[in-house]
Design a protein around this ligand. Structure first.
Ligand SMILES: Cc1cc2nc3c(=O)[nH]c(=O)nc-3n(C[C@H](O)[C@H](O)[C@H](O)COP(=O)(O)O)c2cc1C
Length: 195
């Protein structure tokens, strides 16, 4: 037997259901800069890779937030990975600060210049993805933002055969409710070949 939820039913909280089902979600800890030069840092777990070539990623802003406003105004943003040990700082940076407040300074995260975009990265994040706005799409009360990847930086000691390892990144993830995930247990499987 299953309980059936109709998303159009006023008694259904589809958002709570979906964010508990679509798990674990990777976390984009996004640095951006406003047109006024004020920096911003905020986590977004509605985040994924959306195009192979050219490389593109997306995040979704639920409502109009400072990150969205900054990216639409300046066209640049950086996605920083949240390793487990920075999860508390990432959570702290999600507090509803006033637009003039730079969350990075507030939560004690060190920033450093990025390689090719005019937005700094989180110095203690092991990997960052530098993006230029490709497009955005308004969806109901949310905005899907697509960024073209301009540079990817990885701490050299996190690389093995040219790719980062799970052991080195140990990414935190977002689950439902107020739950977070630690780095997942890894198992390997070969992709099936054409029969
Ligand atoms: C782990 C985590 C993931 C989040 N994911 C999102 C998200 O995908 N989209 C969103 O709009 N808000 C998300 N939030 C909430 C924002 O981080 C929060 O609203 C923040 O204040 C936005 O900051 P800003 O106004 O500086 O952009 C998330 C919060 C946490 C802690």
């Amino acid at each position: 037997m299953r309980t059936v939820f109709d998303p159009t039913d006023p008694g259904t909280n589809a958002y709570d259901l979906l964010t508990s089902i679509v798990v674990p979600r990777p976390i984009a800890w996004i640095t951006s800069t406003g047109a006024d030069g004020v920096g911003n840092l905020a986590p977004h777990s509605f985040f994924n890779v959306v195009c192979q070539k050219p490389a593109m990623i997306s995040f979704t802003s639920v409502g109009r937030k400072d990150t969205l406003r900054n990216v639409l105004a300046t066209e640049y943003f950086v996605v920083n990975l949240v390793p487990e040990e920075l999860a508390e700082s990432a959570n702290a940076s999600s507090a509803p600060f006033e637009p003039g407040v730079d969350e990075a300074a507030h939560v004690g995260m060190r920033l450093e210049p990025s390689e090719v975009v005019p937005v700094p990265r989180v110095a203690d994040s092991p990997t960052s993805i530098e993006c230029r706005l490709h497009s955005s799409l308004k969806l109901g009360n949310s905005h899907l933002v697509i960024g073209e990847v301009k540079a990817i930086t990885v701490r050299s000691d996190a690389l093995e055969d040219g790719r980062p390892t799970m052991d080195a990144l140990r990414p935190a993830s977002r689950l439902g409710r107020d739950e977070w995930g630690r780095a997942p247990e890894v198992f390997r499987m070969e992709r099936p070949r054409r029969a």
